[in-house]
Design a protein around this ligand. Structure first.
Ligand code: PMP
Length: 397
């Protein structure tokens, strides 16, 4: 049969395939063939959604939550979000300033598509999650990378931020705990960034707090609004239940911010996916109202694994790695390894090499604008993790 060539819009032509999915697909194919593959590439908790949340969802179906809901979300979900922000984050929002989204990802998408157009700039601290610049591309905006350094704990400095901002900047993204570095911003570091932002009154901050509950330090959680309340009229807080409650597949996130921005985001959502499934909204309501016991337990497990990874990488002196303070990732620097391997030129080739030769799946750092690095996810059992660390030690120590 003759192959038809279709013409696609530039916004999809220019989108690159997710390196995360590529390496995941290769790892799965090798595992299906019977190879012993250690998966350290996962972007989701390896826990199941707590049973009481699943029970709430089952009940919701019997109760008839099978129809369209309000675009912004079921009233009880919005109230649960409001209460969560108030009690856990000391942030007060009226219900009109809150909406649910189809995962935090759609919250970011709605916000960027509402705020950015051709010629506008978005400042993204790097290393960063690949979806941020992809969304900026879809909005035809220009991504300005603000590079963070290992020496600064992968935290954006006020000088670098000041340098990246311009009169064309419309949006700044902050993400703490961070994917892929695993680092967490302190209150002081956030306050210093807030001071710079005061000089740029037109910049809107998107605070991606999705890993909020997965933290391994004793400091209470802070986002930029907790230290710079004056930014409230130009900050949108993005969060969700995916990572904290092991609910990635339910697709519930939320956004809170100035009412006019939330209104535009809702307009966009109303003309695209409308809302996430009613049953998912009820499940998320139960999760947010249900206390943090399981969340704390899961976070403690991740903290233990972060220690396991830090210990396991120590003997491999050539690989520098900041121990994770949050999320379930860290970002070891493999550049000396890449240099030492004759048939490997960059981190993408190293990802394939590690998979083929050692049976370890990790996502290449260039997917996060961190060439030479690999993202190691410890959303894997202790046994799997140890097997991967042993293989790395045996080969590179
Ligand atoms: N922000 C970051 C930094 C993430 O890593 C992810 C998930 N990988 C998300 C947002 C999106 O989360 P979700 O859409 O599942 O809520």
């Amino acid at each position: 049969m003759q192959q038809t060539t279709h013409h696609f819009a530039r916004r999809v032509n220019d989108l690159s395939e997710s390196a995360i999915f590529r390496i995941g697909a290769r790892a799965k194919a090798l595992a299906d063939e019977g190879h012993d593959i250690v998966r350290l590439d996962a972007g989701e908790p390896d826990f199941n959604t707590p049973q009481w949340i699943i029970d709430a969802a089952k009940q919701a179906l019997d109760d008839g939550f099978t129809r369209y809901t309000e675009i912004g979300g079921l009233p009880q979900l919005k109230e649960a979000i409001q209460h969560k922000l108030e009690s856990q984050n000391q942030l007060h929002y009226r219900l009109e300033q809150i909406m649910h989204t189809c995962g935090a990802k759609q919250g970011l998408f709605n916000a960027c598509m509402s705020l950015l157009g051709p010629g506008d700039e978005i400042v993204i601290p790097t290393p960063r999650w690949g979806t941020y610049p992809a969304i900026a591309d879809i909005a035809a905006a220009k991504t300005v990378n603000a590079t963070t350094r290992y020496e600064d704990g992968f935290v954006l400095t006020p000088e670098t931020l000041d340098h990246a901002l311009s009169s064309r900047t419309r949006v700044l993204i902050l993400n703490s705990p961070n994917n892929p570095t695993g680092q967490v911003y302190s209150r002081e570091e956030l306050a210093a960034l807030g001071n710079v932002l005061l000089e740029y009154p037109d910049v809107i901050v998107l605070s991606d707090d999705i890993y909020e509950h997965l933290r391994f330090t004793n400091q209470p959680y802070a986002n930029i609004l907790n230290v710079c309340p004056s930014l409230k009229n130009r900050t949108v807080v993005i969060n969700g239940v995916s990572k904290a409650y092991a609910m990635t597949g339910w697709r519930v996130g939320f956004a809170a911010g100035p009412e006019d921005i939330i209104n535009e985001m809702q307009k966009l959502q109303g003309q695209t996916n409308s809302h996430t499934a009613a049953v998912s909204q009820v499940a998320a309501t139960a999760a947010l109202n249900g206390g943090l016991d399981e969340v704390t337990t899961m976070s403690q497990v991740f903290a233990e694994r972060a220690r396991q990874v830090a210990e396991g990488l120590k003997p491999v002196e050539r690989i520098k790695c900041l121990p994770a303070q949050g999320s379930f990732y860290c970002l070891p620097d493999f550049s000396p390894i890449i240099e030492s391997l004759p048939d490997v030129d960059d981190d993408r080739e190293l990802a394939d090499w590690l998979l083929d030769k050692l049976g370890i799946a990790m996502v290449p750092g260039s997917a996060f604008n961190a060439p030479g690095h690999m993202r190691l996810s410890f959303a894997a059992s202790d046994k799997t993790l140890q097997k991967g660390l042993d293989r790395l030690q045996k080969t590179f120590a």
